[in-house]
Unconditional design. Sequence first.
Length: 205
Amino acid sequence: MVTEGAFGKIENPEMEKGINMAARATKRLEMLVEDLLEVSRLEQGRFQINSAKIDLAPIVEEVVSQFKVQAGEKNLALEYSAPVEKLPEIFADPERIKQVLVNLIGNAIKYTEKGSVKISAEFKNQMVEIRIIDTGIGMSAEDQQRLFQKFYRVQNEKTAKIIGTGLGLWITKQMVELMKGKISVESMEGVGTQTAVRFNPAEKV
């Protein structure tokens, strides 16, 4: 509330700097607590999935639109290629699908300094596929092997200042698999990363 000016303008630059630092630290703590709670629910079998037949395309479009401002602040091109033909419905939880997409698109933007993040949705090889392609920092083959482990984060000079808990991708993978989907990642250092999430059409589930 203070950073948003609810109590008036902060006149002292040093005070403003200190308050902003405290706000960032609070945000990191909030992220960590929420991720730990999600991990606990998943490990104890208390994580709720309320699946139904859904049309994936408008959900993807909605989530992409939420990131327009964030991508614009980094001068990144955020592009969504809508399916040419209507996608088959999938059997999944729409809120959890949104959570998966927020994690994956948010990561793509976070680890991309210049270029673009492109998202597509299509029916391919008898599966409904969402693909996220970025021109970010990429990662090594070793990092890719450990990417979905709890608390694992790619550690190098390019990621040193990027905030994260190392839990987001583990949680994302668990959610996708609970909805009978699959997630895969391909990446090359200095080139970028492609992430694909695939679901069987509802009639095959």
